[in-house]
Design a protein around this ligand. Structure first.
Ligand code: TXE
Length: 491
């Protein structure tokens, strides 16, 4: 019999208020691999209430930060001890190659440890002694009840990036994974249960965005909403959050450029561009989905890129040789196909791929695809596709490279490849993006900020900035004892 996974609310597993069940698919086989309870409005409200009570009672926010650290370290240890199981489950539910899931689990463990320790070091008290005889005390306090909504491309890692800083800072959480990929989050909550966080401190809500996600964004009992997902959904979350002026963190879409100068060896340039674009089948917010290539290198680059893209081994993520897995869903597959049609209609030239991967009867497999002859005004150059489609553009000089790179509504990430460090840094300074890799790509560092400019979002995750996003700052001005101020004469 298939096990039906439940929600975790107020320290207990629950079926939720309805009998609705959702089937979870393996995108590599299209088979049902799990059944989960599907949340409804009442479940969202119950989770919010539990988090509100746990926060307002003071149990978690007033727990000493060192003790909160111990809970999170224990969680990290348990996660590390079952890393193989988590990686396998992540691959089954998302389709991503196992080597990528293994990285995700290791990064998730690192995030819990990092924020557990950082909170102890950085949640400090500053004092200023004043000539007027008062003292100013500046403290950092948790924001309150945090609703956290994540997408399907990095389910476990996004859970860690959201929960670790929030809990370390003393907040209480309602966490909602994507309705497509809840399985590693459910498994993480079985560890959370084992660690024994006080009831209501950390709650798992299942269900889709329109039903339960929107309740989190709107609720006046929620103090902060942290969202990772598409820009369109981000906009509606922001609108809903305005009702009670929630604190917001948004990590949204991108159309990130990889600027490649002619002094780079063509094999290295192609290798980096393949990695920047096709990692996780291109379903990465920072995917290097626009290669902007210096004219002298352009012909050789495109020729070699097409050859190498066609050599990528596509298959089930559990098979050791697999380099690229399936897309997450039928919907994403169709969306990717539609963008190929859009590109062709706009007059771009298909360099490689452009269709479902042959030889796969089941599963949402799509060939690594690239377009040349792309102009900046085309939709394929402007819109986030979130599938394995690269657009390649040519530039003549540095000014044109910068103009093209900055020429979209997004500003999440960018890469610059050049042997000339000075030139690469000069260009990087002009790029309007939150994360820039020079001669590298993709790696997130847990102690360095992650987030975007422009329509790629608001705020930063990771690093000290990621912790501060979950803290309020309070100034308390203290005078030893009450005394008349005498501003208005007593008559
Ligand atoms: O994402 P959504 P979808 C982009 C990408 C993709 C497109 C659509 O271009 O093709 O978005 O993907 C929850 N209130 N990205 O529809 O809608 C939802 O349940 C509150 C980029 O899968 O952004 C899920 O948990 N929550 C991206 C989460 O939001 C709502 C990653 C993300 O879903 C909601 C994913 C609502 N009204 C998609 N509607 C990135 N850049 O990282 C949905 N949700």
């Amino acid at each position: 019999m298939t096990v039906i996974h439940k929600m975790y609310i107020d320290g207990r597993w629950t079926n939720g208020a309805s009998t609705k069940i959702r089937s979870i698919l393996n995108p590599a086989t299209e088979e049902v691999m799990g059944m989960v309870g599907d949340g409804v409005i009442e479940d969202a409200e119950a989770a919010i209430k539990a988090a509100r009570r746990a926060f307002d009672s003071g149990e978690w926010p007033e727990t000493p930060v060192e003790k909160r650290r111990d809970y999170l370290r224990k969680l990290a240890d348990l996660l590390e001890a079952s890393a193989d199981e988590f990686a396998r489950l992540e691959t089954l539910n998302t389709g991503k190659p196992l080597r990528e899931s293994e990285l995700d689990v290791a990064d998730a463990v690192a995030a819990f440890r990092y924020f557990a320790d950082l909170a102890c070091k950085k949640i400090t008290v500053e004092t200023i002694s004043r000539e007027d005889g008062t003292t100013s005390v500046i403290t950092r306090e948790p924001v309150g009840v945090c609703a956290q909504i994540v997408p399907w491309n990095f389910p476990l890692l996004m859970a860690a990036w959201k929960l670790a800083p929030a809990l370390a800072a003393g907040n209480t959480c309602v966490f909602k994974p994507s309705e497509l990929t809840p399985l590693t989050a459910i498994k993480l909550f079985s560890l959370i249960d084992q660690v024994g966080f006080p009831p209501g401190v950390v709650n798992l809500l299942l269900g889709d965005g329109n039903h339960v996600g929107s309740v989190l964004a709107e609720s006046p009992l929620v103090d902060k909403i942290a969202f990772t997902g598409g820009t369109k959904t981000g906009r509606s979350v922001m609108r809903a959050a305005a009702g009670n002026m929630k604190n917001i963190s948004l990590e949204l879409g991108g159309k990130s450029p990889l600027v490649i100068f002619e002094d780079v060896d063509v094999e290295t340039a192609v290798d980096t561009a393949l990695y920047a674009m096709y990692f996780n089948q291109g379903q990465v917010c920072v995917a290097g989905s626009r290669a902007i290539v210096h004219a002298p290198l352009y012909d050789e680059f495109t020729r070699r890129f097409a050859e190498r893209a066609q050599q990528i081994t596509i298959g089930n993520g559990l098979v050791a040789e697999t380099e690229m897995g399936p897309l997450i869903s039928k919907q994403q597959l169709e969306r990717t196909e539609q963008y190929v049609a859009i590109g062709l209609k706009e007059g771009a030239r298909l360099l490689c791929g452009g269709k479902r991967a042959p030889g796969h009867e089941e599963g949402y497999y799509f060939l690594p695809t690239a377009f040349t002859d792309v102009t900046l005004d085309m939709r394929i150059a402007q819109e986030e596709i979130f599938g394995p489609i690269l657009v390649i553009q040519k530039f003549e000089d540095e000014a044109e490279a910068i103009r093209l790179a900055n020429g979209t509504a997004f500003g999440l990430a960018a890469g610059v490849l050049s042997e000339d460090r000075e030139r690469a840094e000069r260009v990087a300074r002009r790029l309007r993006a939150g994360m820039i890799w020079i001669n590298s790509y993709h790696t997130p560092y847990v102690d360095a900020p992650w987030g975007g400019y422009k329509q790629s979002g608001i705020g930063r995750e990771l690093g000290i900035h990621g912790l501060e996003a979950y803290l309020e700052i309070k100034h308390t001005n203290i005078k030893d004892k009450p005394e008349s101020i005498g501003w208005f004469a007593a008559r």
